[in-house]
Design a protein around this ligand. Structure first.
Ligand code: GL2
Length: 830
């Protein structure tokens, strides 16, 4: 029960919450109040962390009235809500974004100055919540930002991992992982609500019984449970007064669980029980694009999904809504297969807890979900063994079997006699072992299935789920990914933002297509000059940061060539590396004069999954090559390789605006979309890329002349694969390629150790699943075109301006509009 127990009589008790005054004085007063009362320190005795925490509280206080008001309006309007279910949210730092959303930046700066403090120093104190791996998690964060900015009711649901993505360090060039203790210095952005905890059950068995009306029913008799404690986070819209909620769940032991063991007299066991329960939200799985078939991961998935459904449904029931009308109130978006266990969970709630009959429940369930697929790698589609599912969630497995039986009946009806097809489409895989194909379950259950870029959605239909697209042609759709222009342009690139706003006004921040109005400025020499000045400023900001953060020196005046993304073979960091090794080799063999090289600094940023050996070896090799290249007097001032450790959102915000060249070089047909590619284009980098993922759409929009395309297309890749790909023949027949690979093989970069990188080179020459060698020539030839163009400063800048002007399509606001129209059928609440 919420609210006071009797009617309030004080007028303030019923008045809307009011924010602190929007003035420097008001800000300073609030800040000092927070410092004194929340941190319990005087300004003169406060640490930087105290000051940061007080600043965060201050900004939160400005947002609070809007947050409460948003909640009220959403309840009142009874509008349909988007329930974004995602195991990952890669949020980045919160303070800068909150200052931007409230327009408090200048006031805070001046107010803090009057207190003798520096805003930038306090901002740098924040540790970003790294509750995601890469693109998929960052996409979720962009989406909730856009929904708030567009006034769409949304709750983001996820997991409050105690440890987020590991902190990467390098020891002798090798990746070493450290725990990410993001909560250690306080977490001012979250609001825990232990009183609203939800109990989640696991294990046990099911049994049949007959209810009072004489109907045969099933109930789940679980064996153990944990508590889900919600932590709320504000998701502020940009300057629109709306603040949505992100609700992340943290696992705790339930009392019952504790007591049971405690009563058995074993204190140590009781403590162990607690640890066991808390383990569920302890750590983010650091695998990217590959499922990790671990029991704990399935526990995590069910844990957050069960908490989220309960949370939403209980709220609904409290407001007196009829669960039959649930689809009018919510659309749950399944961010990849991680939350798909929500489908049988909703069926269980409706049938077992609320007495729906099966068909009724299925009707409701089917209308409540939609599924986004984020991959094309077959090995990345989650399959949970029926043994594990049956042990952890026995009732859910029964429900999945029944869904499958009815689904297969439908398949057999649509394709009589086609037993092979039925077997192919079964949600239950029989080979190599019995398991539940979560992507199939999501496809059968959801109103829509979408890929994340045009090419990806097409391949999803034609190659990954062809039988399903034949059966349900209308289910499949595309929504091309997007990125939030608030964080990734307005906040990350203040100089470019100012330049754009001076030219076309500030409307672009929430209507990114308006960047088109910049097109004529590409031909204006003065604008181009200012554009270059902004880029130069960004480079010098990056130079300062890398010097201080990593001890890396960035030379002046180089083409800044950046490849930042998770390390994965399909993304082909090794192709970039071969380019570098080849330049080095060609200079030393006398084939090219060092003086003829375009001065270039290559920046890598990449984390490898801790268990992914090839990825870790590649990081090691990049660092070894960097050490030799950077120490080489012949290449001094011509070629440099920088690999700052621990690439994350915070670093991205400084790196991307400084880049000249964006490397998007995955094997065509492998990168579902990419979102880094969009951020670079929007910040005025030119792309060198394959015809893959959203690169295809970037190139179409910015134009061929302003994009460096290379390599095989997806159909060419498929054809080469079908006819038999032999990387060895490329190695043998291409002297430049052979020389580069041989140089690595010779131990040149490993102190004479020929075996250290043998696995990397052997893999390329003898296996090369991602066809690096096949695209090598084309890549080098295109890099030569990059250099040619870079030499023509005006032509380069012109293309860079046009990249910005023509990339407005890649706003996550547009992605959200597409979801609203094609999938959720809901509307903004004004
Ligand atoms: C990914 C894709 O690999 C990437 O291409 C895409 O841009 C994002 C967001 O849709 O999703 N899929 C995936 O599993 N991860 C991704 O980044 N981790």
């Amino acid at each position: 029960v919420y609210g006071p127990s009797s009617t309030p009589s004080h007028p303030l008790a019923t008045a809307p919450v009011s924010p602190p005054p929007f003035s420097v004085d008001g800000f300073v007063k609030e800040f000092l109040h927070e410092l004194n009362t929340n941190q319990g320190v005087a300004l003169s005795r406060s640490s930087i962390n105290d000051q940061y925490l007080a600043l965060a509280s201050t900004v939160k206080n400005y947002l609070m009235a809007r947050w409460l008001e948003t909640g009220r309006k959403t309840r009142e309007s009874q509008a349909k809500t988007v329930g974004y279910l995602s195991a990952e949210y890669l949020l980045g730092r919160q303070l800068g974004n909150a200052l931007l959303a409230t327009d408090l930046g200048d006031i805070a700066q001046r107010g803090l100055e009057l207190c003798g403090l520096d805003l930038a120093t306090l901002r740098a104190q924040e540790v970003e919540p790294g509750l995601g791996n890469g693109g998929l998690g960052r996409l979720a964060a962009c989406f909730i930002d856009s929904l708030a900015t567009m006034n769409v009711p949304c709750i983001g649901y996820g997991i409050r991992y105690e440890y987020g993505i590991f902190r990467q360090t390098f020891v002798d060039g090798r990746q070493v992982e450290q725990p990410d203790t993001w909560l250690a210095l306080g977490s001012p952005w979250e609001f825990p609500h232990p009183e609203a905890s939800v109990t989640v059950h696991f294990g046990g068995h099911t049994e049949k019984y007959t209810d009072a009306a004489g109907t045969e029913r099933t109930r789940w008799v679980p064996e153990w449970n944990v508590l889900g404690v919600p932590y709320n986070y504000m998701v502020p819209g940009y300057l629109n007064g709306r603040v949505n909620t992100l609700r992340l769940w943290s696992a705790q032991a339930t009392q019952a669980f504790d007591l049971q063991i405690f009563n058995s007299g074993d204190y140590a066991d009781a403590v162990r029980a607690q640890t066991f329960a808390e383990n569920i939200s302890k750590v983010l799985y650091p695998e990217d694009s590959t499922p990790q078939g671990k029991e704990l991961r399935l526990q995590q998935q069910y844990f957050f999904v069960a908490c989220s459904l309960r949370d939403f449904i209980d709220n609904e029931l409290e407001e007196g809504f009829d669960l039959h009308r649930l689809p009018e109130r919510i659309h749950f978006q399944l961010n990849d297969t991680h939350p798909v266990i929500a489908v049988p969970e909703l069926m269980r709630i409706l049938v077992d807890d609320h007495g729906f009959d099966w068909d009724e429940a299925w009707e409701v369930t089917q209308q409540c979900f939609a599924y986004t697929c984020h991959t094309l790698l077959p090995e990345a589609l989650e399959i949970w063994s029926t043994e594990l599912l049956g042990r952890l969630l026995p009732r859910h497995l029964e429900i999945i079997y029944q869904i499958n039986d009815e689904f297969l009946a439908r398949v057999r009806e649509a394709f009589p006699g086609d037993e092979l097809r039925a077997r192919r489409m079964s949600i239950i895989a029989e080979y190599p072992s019995r398991g539940v194909r979560m992507a199939y379950l999501a496809t059968v259950a959801g109103t829509k299935v979408n890929g994340v870029a045009e090419l990806h959605s097409q391949l999803l239909r034609d190659k990954v789920l062809p039988d399903f697209s034949e059966l349900y042609p209308d289910k499949f759709t595309n929504v091309t990914n997007g990125v939030t222009p608030r964080r990734f342009v307005r906040m990350a690139n203040p100089k470019l933002s100012e330049l754009i706003t001076d030219a076309i006004g500030s409307g672009w921040v929430t209507d990114l297509e308006r960047l088109r109005e910049l097109e004529p400025y590409a031909d204006d020499p003065e604008f181009r000059e200012q554009f270059r000045a902004a880029k130069a400023w960004n480079k010098s900001r990056l130079t300062d940061l890398l010097a201080q953060r990593d001890g890396i020196e960035l030379p002046d005046g180089h083409l800044l060539d950046v490849m930042v993304k998770r390390l994965h073979e399909y993304k082909r960091q090794s192709l970039k590396l071969l380019h570098i090794v080849s330049l080095y080799e060609q200079v030393h063999s006398g084939a090219i004069a060092a003086a003829d090289l375009t001065p270039r600094t290559v920046v890598f940023g990449a984390k490898a999954a801790p268990g992914y050996k090839m990825a870790k070896d590649t990081i090691h090799l990049i660092n070894k090559v960097a050490a030799i290249v950077n120490a080489d007097p012949v290449l001094e001032g011509r070629l440099k390789v920088a690999f700052p450790a621990n690439y994350n959102v915070t670093l991205a915000e400084k790196l991307i605006p400084a880049a000249d060249l964006s490397e998007q070089i995955s094997l065509a047909g492998m990168e579902a979309s990419g979102t880094g590619n969009m951020k670079f284009a929007l910040n005025g980098a030119l792309t060198i890329g394959t015809d893959d993922g959203a690169n295809v759409e970037i190139r179409e929009l910015v134009g061929d002349k302003h994009f460096f395309l290379f390599g095989m297309s997806e159909p060419e890749v498929a054809q080469l694969g079908a006819q038999g790909y032999h990387p060895g023949s490329y190695y043998e027949s291409n002297p430049r390629l052979k020389a580069a690979l041989d140089l690595i093989w010779s131990g040149h970069f490993s102190d004479g150790d020929r075996y250290l990188f043998d696995s990397v080179v052997t893999n390329l020459v003898h296996n090369d699943r991602f066809m690096v060698l096949a695209d090598f020539d084309s890549y080098l030839a295109t890099q030569a075109k990059v250099e040619e163009k870079y030499a023509d400063v005006d032509a380069w800048t012109r293309s860079a301006v046009l990249n910005v002007a023509r990339s407005g399509f890649f706003s996550s606001d547009r992605s959200m509009r597409d979801y609203l129209k094609r999938i959720w059928h809901t509307q903004p609440v004004i």
